[in-house]
Design a protein around this ligand. Structure first.
Ligand code: GSH
Length: 221
């Protein structure tokens, strides 16, 4: 199979696929596009206008969770539970991972302090909901990589980058969530899943969105 991933360099949804491709050591190409000026061929292929796309021998897949499932089911080893209920539970939490990514984006791009604090509170509330499945051992078990790991690691990476950029963005996490985050951020496949100048590009993106965290007094803290 010839695989080409269509990417925007700082997109967390694309990063999910890159993590899985690297964990499984699957040969692939990455084609970076500029979402501010998307090429015509991309708009023709993508019904949603969003990345990622995975081009598989000329066929087009879209939606990151679908791409994860396809890659997992096509290339061993499998990272999903065999039990169908458990597998569906993993998929439910992957969807929730998308909600978390959007909440993190809303916090990161808030353009004033009040909005930032409100979005940060909402993100922390959502993150706290991960405690229950973690305590039940539904996923994030040591030495047992899963698609939930691939789906959530981009969130933890952005949370870490943002806290380094501005300590006011240091998000509260329950202990089991923080230790899961630390474990995931140490995995080579996660560390190597973004472009080498990711931190610089992510900051430039936030500045372009007038992020309160990156302007004036807020970023001096
Ligand atoms: N539900 C989609 C979300 C993908 C998404 O939001 N991608 C963003 C970039 S990070 C995008 O392409 N945005 C372009 C747009 O909304 O026009 C998925 O999971 O693949």
């Amino acid at each position: 199979m010839k695989l080409k991933l269509v990417s925007f360099a700082i997109c967390p949804f694309v990063q999910r696929s890159v993590i899985l491709l690297r964990e499984k050591q699957i040969d692939h190409e990455i084609d970076y596009i500029d979402l501010n000026d998307p090429p015509e061929w991309f708009l023709k292929l993508s019904p949603t206008g969003k990345v990622p796309l995975l081009l598989v021998d000329g066929a087009t897949l879209f939606e990151s969770s679908v791409i994860l499932a396809f890659l997992d089911e096509s290339f061993p080893p499998g990272f999903q539970p065999a039990d169908t209920l458990r597998r569906a539970q993993h998929r439910s939490w992957i969807e929730f991972g998308s909600t978390l990514l959007m909440a993190q984006h809303a916090m990161a791009t808030a353009s004033d302090e009040d909005t930032f604090l409100e979005k940060k509170y909402l993100l922390e509330e959502d993150i706290a909901r991960l405690s229950e499945p973690l305590n039940e051992g539904l996923f994030a078990n040591l030495d047992e990589f899963s698609l939930v790991d691939a789906a959530i690691a981009p969130l933890f990476m952005r949370i870490q980058h943002l806290a380094e950029l501005n300590q006011q963005a240091d998000v509260k996490m329950p202990d089991p969530v923080r230790s899961w985050s630390q474990r995931l951020l140490q995995r080579p496949a996660v560390q190597q899943s973004v472009v080498t100048d990711f931190a610089h590009r992510y900051k430039a993106f936030l500045v372009s969105k007038n992020s309160w965290l990156c302007v004036g007094d807020a970023s001096d803290n």
